[in-house]
Design a protein around this ligand. Structure first.
Ligand code: S3P
Length: 177
């Protein structure tokens, strides 16, 4: 791992948060503003397996997907500085969380539940959301917030244009540097 503590201007920036929090949309804009590459761990895993996330869950199981997430994140953190969007479950893993908080700057994107719920009902690509009742999703949301709260930067988001939140993250990164 390249960066250690205290050198946040060199560290990759990793966006964490619940499914449909806007990690990829905001991450892409943040990367543009920082002049860094953008990478999405779900996309990397999908490319490596030649299967969709839902197919990986179905054919190989969630455990295999989580191992792939851990490996992908470790590999990306070995590389040059970039903006990385990770899947909503990756930061819940204590080991991954520790690695990320040590070797990257972690940013929690935190939209209101109602917004996430509306977005998730329009999407059918997420195995952990499809078929869940609103109450089940709310429970998962409540459980995971305790983990996301361990990220170094907290950005409350809304359905306002993504660029606003990319700018807010930039301001926070300047404070940390
Ligand atoms: C997951 C979130 C998804 C994807 C997979 C599992 C989760 O990514 O990694 O479906 O456990 O929350 P997004 O957060 O981009 O939806």
């Amino acid at each position: 791992m390249r960066a250690g503590r205290g050198d946040s201007a060199l560290k990759s920036v990793v966006l964490v948060g619940f499914m449909a929090a806007g990690k990829s949309r905001i991450g892409r804009l943040l990367a543009e503003r920082l002049g860094l590459p953008f990478v999405d761990t779900d996309k990397q895993i999908v490319l490596a397996y030649g299967l969709s996330v839902a197919e990986i869950f179905r054919e190989h199981g969630e455990g295999e997907f989580r191992s792939a997430e851990r490996r992908t994140i470790a590999r990306l953190l070995e590389g040059p500085r970039q903006v990385i969007a990770i899947g909503g479950g990756a930061y819940v893993d204590p080991q991954t969380r520790e690695t990320l908080n040590t070797h990257a700057t972690t940013v929690w994107l935190d939209p209101p539940f109602d917004l996430v719920f509306r977005r998730l009902t329009k999407s059918s690509t997420r195995p952990l959301a499809s078929g869940k009742t609103p109450a089940e999703l709310r429970r998962l949301w409540d459980e995971r917030r305790q983990c996301y709260a361990m990220a170094q930067v907290h950005i409350r988001t809304s359905d306002a244009p993504a660029g606003i939140f990319a700018d807010e993250i930039l301001e926070q990164l300047v404070v940390l540097a």
